[in-house]
Design a protein around this ligand. Structure first.
Ligand SMILES: C[S@@+](CC[C@H](N)C(=O)[O-])C[C@H]1O[C@@H](n2cnc3c(N)ncnc32)[C@H](O)[C@@H]1O
Length: 261
């Protein structure tokens, strides 16, 4: 255990742009645990009670297809090509969230500036970039700190095809300070954001706030794995705005929209 701790400390030590994250992680050990099992259980129950199909979740925040049109969906061929690229990775990483929700939310909202945290294989990046295709100037900036010591750097974003990469930028840093950097790259304002990195309650306090503040009126906020702790529930209660929850493979995704003024 001590050797592992020394290896982790060394991993952070040789990466100066990860020091702020390392200090934050150390500090959390002194604070109350907001990810303890009973809070996790409450969060799961809260999300499960509210979960609706993707189409309903989008409609709840005012994202609906034009009259008579079906919900936009990624084609099975597009996804199986991405599966083939994923098979080329030698490292196992976090799996996809709800790609249908992300793809439809991106295309239906007409978003042009998108920020996300947490890339791993890049499933969410793939869905967002595909949803941005119709918009000539649209961009995605993603933030990802590789898993410490796993040596997965070469495979981060592997499922994203070459033809979608021109409008994609990857900030290979922890959310702390990578997320502010990513938002600045988009001019300080974003139309859609997706949170899928540090799943702890403390991580979400930091990331949710930066993303929410950067969202334009009418902007779309999406968070993955909201069953992990009460951070998303607390956010929607604070904002008192229409929101929705959708489920995917036993996990839950939350969506919330900033009011148009
Ligand atoms: C669940 S995976 C992301 C999955 C991805 N969104 C997808 O759909 O394929 C989480 C990713 O977030 C990264 N991560 C974890 N903590 C982070 C932090 N504090 N800052 C930036 N990235 C972080 C992990 O290294 C991992 O690559």
């Amino acid at each position: 255990v001590i050797i592992e701790k020394i290896k982790t400390a060394h991993w952070f030590l040789v990466r100066p742009n990860h020091w702020a994250q390392a200090v934050e992680l150390a500090g959390r050990k002194l604070k109350p645990n907001h990810d303890r099992p009973e809070l996790r259980e409450q969060a799961r129950a809260w999300a499960a009670e509210r979960a609706v199909p993707v189409g309903e979740a989008l409609a709840a925040v005012g994202l609906v297809p034009a009259d008579g049109k079906e919900l936009p969906r990624l084609t099975p061929e597009f996804l199986s090509e991405a599966e083939r690229r994923a098979a080329g990775s030698k490292v196992k990483m976090g799996g996809p969230g709800d790609l249908d929700l992300l793809y439809a939310a991106t295309s239906l909202s007409g978003a042009a500036r998108v920020v996300e945290t947490g890339v791993a294989y890049g499933w969410s990046s793939l869905a967002i970039l595909a949803g941005l295709r119709a918009h000539p100037d649209a961009r995605l900036v993603s933030v990802d700190m590789p898993y410490p010591k796993m040596g997965n750097e070469a495979f981060v974003g592997i499922v994203v095809p070459a033809d979608l990469r021109a409008r994609w930028e990857l900030v290979r840093e922890p959310d702390r300070n990578g997320l502010s950097k990513a938002i600045r790259k988009l001019g300080g304002k974003v139309d859609l954001c997706h949170y899928d990195s540090d799943k702890s309650w403390f991580g979400r306090q930091f990331g949710y706030r930066l993303m929410w503040d950067a969202l334009v009126p009418g902007g779309v906020f999406i968070s993955d794995d909201i069953q992990d702790n009460l951070a998303f529930k607390e956010l929607v209660e604070r904002k008192a705005l229409p929101f929705a929850v959708t489920g995917y493979a036993g996990k839950f995704v939350g969506i919330l929209r900033k009011p148009k003024v």
